[in-house]
Design a protein around this ligand. Structure first.
Ligand code: ZN
Ligand code: ZN
Length: 329
């Protein structure tokens, strides 16, 4: 898929000569060239002469707001938008007026790529020390280099390190947040600043991924009293994140970073991943791999001979305890 500028061709005939039926106009209506409005056109613009309902201060803002709009349309199953997206393929040529400058076409392109890749769910201990951040970064680099996307939750520690690294590398990314866009529903262990960076970058965030909460102004916990749905929402969020990875096809998996052998949330995720048939790799951070807890019937072996994988352990279930879905290496 590529994004091109109409002006470089000058007419619909020239586009057809160059690309056959593969080009699709994604802009606002244009009388001069008889181009109809695309369902994927950007509703936002920084150009004061553009006929849009909402003006923006900059091109970047117009594109970020478009990313949010596109996500909302897809989640709502908006017919015109979803139909148009479903017609796209690897060979599609998106035609707008911006390239080589940043264009909302690049958001569509990223959406398309993010539909095609398999996802690895990265997570781990909330109290993982900064000392292990570079290990998480190297694992994110390795997963990204293999053409896989990354799913993460929104906790401090391992989740936040993985999320920051995925943002820096512009990796395909799906974020599963415990709270809402308005800031409700998070708690003191949430990496709210990092989620804010992802939101500002127009990345895809599943808000309230563990389900809604009844509190009018939920902060997760305050003055020692906990949101009645917090524990349940955290667990449901982790499940959804893993199920999303498991549904993304061959090459999916779970990778966890444990600050100690009995880090309960991460071990529960690893067990669920085994149950879903996902390959599981755990990195013991500051303790010996021999101390890794069992995930059922099976055994731990060193994940790889070289590179970052040499520090990880892969769970091999005994036959029948979840199927092998593919190899990382
Ligand atoms: Zn454009
Ligand atoms: Zn609440």
């Amino acid at each position: 898929m590529q994004v091109v500028n109409f002006h470089h061709y000058g007419s619909t005939e020239a586009l057809t000569a160059a690309f056959g039926e593969r080009w699709r106009y994604i802009g606002r209506p244009n009388k001069r060239f008889a181009l109809p409005a695309s369902p994927l056109a950007n509703r936002y613009s920084h150009n004061p002469l553009a006929h849009v309902q909402e003006g923006c201060a900059s091109r970047e803002e117009a594109i970020t707001r478009y990313a949010r709009w596109l996500q909302e349309q897809v989640l709502a199953g908006e017919t015109a938008v979803c139909d148009e997206l479903s017609r796209l393929s690897d060979q599609s040529v998106l035609v707008c007026w911006c390239a080589p400058q940043a264009c909302h076409g690049h958001i569509i392109q990223r959406w398309y790529q993010e539909q095609q890749v398999a996802y690895v769910n990265l997570g781990g201990s909330r109290d993982l020390s900064r000392r292990w951040q570079s290990l998480v970064q190297r694992v994110v680099s390795a997963v990204h280099a293999q053409g896989r996307g990354i799913t993460v939750g929104c906790a401090r520690g391992a989740d936040a390190f993985a999320l920051e690294a995925a943002l820096e590398r512009a990796a395909c990314l799906r974020i599963f947040a415990i709270g809402g866009r308005d800031g409700r529903g998070f708690w003191r262990q949430s990496a709210v600043d990092t989620i804010g960076q992802a939101e500002a970058a127009g990345r895809w965030i599943h808000w309230w991924a563990g389900g809604p909460c009844p509190c009018p102004s939920c902060q997760g916990e305050a003055n020692g009293s906990r949101c009645p749905t917090l524990i349940q929402r955290l667990s449901a969020r982790s499940q959804l994140c893993l199920q999303f990875a498991a549904g993304s096809g061959g090459g999916a998996g779970f990778i966890g970073f444990l600050a100690r052998p009995d880090s309960p949330g991460t071990v529960a995720c690893a067990r669920l991943a085994v149950h879903l048939g996902l390959p599981v790799i755990l990195f013991p951070c500051g303790f010996n791999g021999q101390a890794l807890p069992t995930l059922g019937n099976g055994r731990w072996t060193v994940a790889g001979r070289e590179g970052v994988w040499a520090a990880g352990y892969r769970w091999t279930p005994t036959a029948g305890e979840g199927s092998e879905r593919g190899n990382y290496l």
